[in-house]
Design a protein around this ligand. Sequence first.
Ligand code: HEC
Length: 150
Amino acid sequence: MKRSHTVWAAVLGAGLAFGVTCAAVSAGNPVEERQATMKAVGQSMKEAAAINTPATFDAAKAKTLMDGVAANAKKLHGLYPAGSGADPKTEADPKVWENKADFDKRLTEMATLATTAGKSADAAGFKTAYAAVGATCKSCHDVYRMKKKS
Ligand code: HEC
């Protein structure tokens, strides 16, 4: 009994330490973190596409998925620290850092639109709101995401 308590304390301690590391953001590798976060956003959008029909619309699921996209958009703000454009693995265009205010504005817009989409009451509303979120992905990628180098 005593032993299992010690194990749990260690697990909780590790969890807390991890939280602190995340708050400091760039302690990890910001390029890997933002790519993984973008991937998660892509996955949510894909899952949301499946409920984007009158027959399959699910308001609760739309809210969960779109709130997740919004949370990730907010998280992405901290994952483009100065200097991280030099990493050979990044597909982020140097323009991100030249126009950081515009880039951040687009992330804020993505979060706002995703939150709105999550509040859709019916399939028709979701269709429009989901398309608006998708448009923010494309318009930002067109300007700030480079084609893969290799
Ligand atoms: C404010 C600009 C911006 C917005 C908005 C944006 N992205 Fe991105 N996205 C980027 C940039 C920049 C990269 C390249 C990141 C890197 O490689 O460092 C990227 C990369 C990606 C990747 C590739 C991740 C990988 O595997 O390397 C996916 C998938 C992706 N975005 C999906 C989305 C989706 C889906 C949306 C909309 C819901 C979206 N993005 C919105 C800027 C944006």
